[in-house]
Design a protein. Structure first.
Length: 59
C-alpha cells in the first residue's frame, strides 16, 4: 500500500491547529496549575514534530 500525501498533510495540519489552540489555552492557566504548563510544552513539541514531518514530505 502507499500513502496518500494530501490526506496526510490534511491530518497533520489539523493536528497543528489543535495543538496550537491547546497550547494557547493551557498557557493561560500555566501559572495556576503545573499540569497546564506541561500540557502547553507537550502541545508545542507535538506541533513542531508535525510541522517537521510536513516539511519533510515530498511535494
Amino acid at each position: 500500500m502507499g500513502m496518500d500525501a494530501e490526506a496526510m498533510r490534511t491530518m497533520l495540519a489539523a493536528c497543528v491547529a489543535m495543538g496550537t489552540a491547546c497550547a494557547a489555552e493551557c498557557r493561560q492557566h500555566a501559572d495556576m496549575d503545573e499540569s497546564c504548563r506541561y500540557c502547553a510544552m507537550a502541545c508545542d513539541e507535538m506541533v513542531a514534530k508535525c510541522r517537521a514531518m510536513m516539511d519533510a514530505m515530498p511535494a
